[in-house]
Design a binder for this molecule. Structure first.
Ligand SMILES: [Zn+2]
Length: 272
């Protein structure tokens, strides 16, 4: 039975290829045309504007959920608004994922951070005294480049808030969550991305050392690593970003986001 089957196999394959040859050629021609055409999801202003619109739509949907919750609305109404928010986020996620892969964003192409050889320290542990549910990402800072600032280091606008600190200053998780990725080696240098329970991601970049691992649970005030000047920087600082998805392009203003969580990040040199 086995031998018979093997003996017949090549003939079956020959018949198959004869029957499908024309179809395969047509498919090949189609694929070549598709490859020659510019990919729809690749960078470009149209793509970026779509993402900006989706971020705005998401934030409106999230505000609606917040309002309903504050007003003690019917659970069904809150649920419905939350579903809508999640649908907007899913669309944004799809939109950005392809672009992130194409641009070589390590969060998309090397989520384990292996290619960049991250400078790992010992795994951090939760702090003995938790500051509160949410906290600032570092201490003894002054605020340097703000969100949406213009500058030669950024292709468009600055996507986060910079906290000027000396190299080696502890950097903390702003709230509890799970370490989504640690990546090293691109313009953000050594970075940690944490996913929080409210669905948002926080990013901590240009670190000199990383003290957490992918998948690790962290709480507010738990050390993620030390600040530094890795990546595309002119001096040591923490680049802090809040995103709707893990990918660049879904950022929201980080200080108002922290204020909603009762974290007041004061202006220049207030804590120095
Ligand atoms: Zn920055």
């Amino acid at each position: 039975m086995g031998r018979e089957h093997h003996a017949r196999f090549p003939r079956t394959r020959a018949r198959l290829s004869a029957a499908t040859g024309a179809a395969l050629l047509a498919l090949l021609a189609f694929l070549l045309t598709a490859l020659a055409a510019p990919p729809a999801a690749a960078g470009g202003d149209g793509h970026r504007h779509r993402a900006v619109r989706a971020v705005r739509t998401h934030e409106k949907a999230r505000e609606r959920v917040d309002r309903l919750r504050e007003a003690d609305a019917r659970p069904a109404a809150v649920e419905q608004a939350e579903e809508r928010r999640k649908a907007v986020r899913a669309d944004l996620w799809d939109l950005l994922w392809a672009g992130a892969r194409e641009s070589g964003d390590p969060v998309a192409v090397d989520p384990s951070g292996r290619a960049g050889h991250c400078p790992f320290g010992k795994r951090s542990r939760p702090p003995e005294r938790r500051p509160s549910a949410w906290t600032a990402p570092t201490r003894r800072y002054w605020l340097s480049a703000g969100y949406a600032a213009k500058g030669s280091r950024w292709a468009h606008r600055h996507t986060g808030q910079d906290f000027a600190v000396d190299s080696g200053t502890p950097v903390y998780a702003v709230g509890s969550g799970v370490v989504r990725v640690t990546t090293c080696g691109d313009g953000f240098g050594n970075q940690v991305l944490v996913r929080h329970r409210d669905g948002y991601f926080t990013q901590y970049a240009h670190l000199s050392r990383i003290d957490v691992r992918r998948g690790q649970r962290v709480v507010a005030g738990q050390r993620l690593g030390l600040s530094g000047r890795s990546g595309n920087v002119t001096g040591p600082h923490l680049h802090f970003e809040v995103r709707i998805t893990p990918y660049l392009g879904s950022q929201v203003p980080p200080l108002p986001w922290l204020r909603r969580k009762d974290v007041q990040v004061s202006g220049a040199s207030a804590l120095r």
